[in-house]
Design a protein around this ligand. Structure first.
Ligand SMILES: Cc1cc2nc3c(=O)[nH]c(=O)nc-3n(C[C@H](O)[C@H](O)[C@H](O)COP(=O)(O)OP(=O)(O)OC[C@H]3O[C@@H](n4cnc5c(N)ncnc54)[C@H](O)[C@@H]3O)c2cc1C
Length: 454
């Protein structure tokens, strides 16, 4: 009789949970090991005093078919909620005012966000030569194709919103592969986007809609649905320090109270955790992975039972670094999703810190209050700042930054995985940082193990 394959997954965030869900669905024996007492990783939803807020990710994009497939697989246990159509309106702060980010060429020509010179440059974008340096930074790529004001007032705030990052560090080949491929495959962002829209799509690709999603009742409902299918008995929380070491064709996982043998060990943890977890991997081979940079951020949830500020009929607003303010942007959560704030109230989420103002992410809740008071009052049109809810959550390693050393990191991961078959170094150290990327990666890892078993 064929031996039953045993898999250990380290980390019970969305990556580990998705992997475990698909493995369990195919009858594979899985154990998830989680360091903290909370299951879901950075995903956490809190209900408090009439507000429902997230302390980690707030919404995702259905940018990968695997997201739609996962919600379909879990449809009896949690309900996908797509954002209010107002989410199509994204605001950018410039010279003391919000402006809508233009969604097409027509609006791009009339917006005050870009300089007249760059508007002409944008018209010429389809005719510009494509880049040849795979490690070109996002800032250089955008300046070359679209101009400096487009970088400052469209791409810079977009990168702050996703990566809390710096476009002069981020490398599109790794961080924004779809954008990079548009230039490489079609020679232009604008021409490429138009051509791509006309191309026939596979059934799977049709499921990627780019809609903004959450879950009815908050993102933690997705986590609860995954736990239900994986089985709580297969998830060990507060597991303490673990060590994995190779045997002949298997791996031995030890910790306080554990001594288990596994065929596969999948890590989904951040880069800094790897040396202790895998002491047998040569430190120099791991170095390109462990030196991965992360942006520090503090997330602030602010609730008002009665809203007296500007109209919140948009996704939210982003603040370009050039505007020299102390928040990265504001999400209008009570506009995006249902039941986030009482009746006439509002729930806003703002972020501070990031790669270019990390010191702000070190401030305590008390210290950050006046910073938020100043910036939110100014941008949200509030005469007085008396929120009914004010909660902060600090992250020292919030978002991995895919820079020019990413090629070296990915090669190091491949070399380790090749040398030690059965070990997978996953999570946001590769393949993207958004929830959609994490779900895609988790499903793919599970499928590879299932197919290898067959
Ligand atoms: C503040 C914030 C806002 C974000 N906003 C968005 C957003 O709006 N949209 C979006 O798509 N994405 C967003 N992201 C990114 C997205 O949330 C993450 O990429 C994703 O949730 C990460 O999932 P993960 O499972 O890979 O990692 P994690 O959620 O970090 O899970 C890893 C787990 O491993 C555990 N662990 C670590 N070390 C060990 C160890 N040695 N042993 C055992 N367990 C260990 C950790 O405790 C953790 O639970 C945001 C991230 C942050 C931090």
């Amino acid at each position: 009789m064929k031996k039953q394959r045993k898999v250990a997954i380290i980390g019970a965030g969305i990556t580990g949970l998705t992997t475990a869900f698909y493995l369990r669905k195919n009858g594979i024996d899985v154990t998830l090991y989680e360091k903290s007492e909370h299951i879901g990783g950075v995903i956490k939803t809190i209900k408090e005093d009439g507000f429902l807020y997230e302390t980690g990710p707030n919404s995702g994009t259905i940018s990968q078919p695997e997201v739609a497939e996962l919600f379909d697989d879990l449809k009896n246990d949690c309900r996908l909620e797509t954002a209010n159509p107002a989410a199509a309106n994204r605001l950018i702060w410039k010279n003391g005012k919000w402006h809508s980010l233009p969604s097409g060429i027509g609006k791009g020509i009339t917006t005050p966000l870009f300089s007249p010179k760059d508007k002409l440059r944008i018209l010429g974008e389809p005719f510009r030569k494509k880049g040849t340096n795979p490690n070109e930074s996002l800032a250089d790529l955008v300046k070359r194709r679209m101009g400096k004001s487009f970088l400052d007032y469209a791409i810079d705030p977009f990168i702050l919103g996703i990566y809390a990052g710096d476009p002069s560090y981020i490398v599109p080949k790794y961080a924004l592969p779809k954008l990079y491929q548009l230039e490489q495959n079609y020679g232009s962002f604008i021409g490429g986007a138009i051509k791509k829209k006309k191309e026939p799509k596979s059934e799977a690709d049709k499921k990627a809609t780019r809609e903004i999603f959450s879950v009815e009742g908050g993102l933690e409902e997705l986590v609860k649905a995954l736990i239900k299918h994986i089985g709580k008995e297969n998830i060990i929380t507060q597991c303490g320090a673990l060590e994995i070491n190779p045997l002949k064709d298997t791996y031995r996982l030890t910790g306080i109270g554990f001594d288990e043998i596994y065929d596969n060990v999948i890590s989904t943890v951040s880069a800094n955790e790897l040396p202790l977890l895998f002491p047998f991997i040569n430190k120099n081979s791991l170095k390109p992975v462990t030196k991965l940079l992360y942006a520090k951020v503090t997330e602030v949830s602010i609730g008002f039972k009665k809203w007296n500020g500007i109209s919140l009929n948009a996704f939210g607003g982003l603040i370009p670094f050039k505007e020299n303010m102390d928040i990265l942007g504001v999400l209008f959560m009570s506009t995006l999703f249902k039941n986030r704030a009482p009746g006439n109230g509002a729930l806003l989420t703002t972020f501070v810190g990031g790669m270019r103002k990390p010191h702000l992410a070190d401030l305590s809740e008390k210290e950050i209050f006046p910073v938020i008071e100043k910036e939110i009052s100014r941008t949200m049109g509030l005469k007085t700042f008396n929120p009914d809810l004010f909660r902060t959550r600090q992250y020292r390693r919030a978002i991995a930054q895919y820079g020019a050393d990413s090629g070296e990191r990915l090669n190091a991961i491949s070399a380790i995985e090749e040398k030690y078959p059965g070990i997978q170094l996953a999570g946001s150290i590769r393949d993207g940082i958004g929830m959609a990327d994490r779900i895609k990666q988790g499903k793919k890892i599970a499928e590879n193990i299932i197919n290898a078993k067959a």
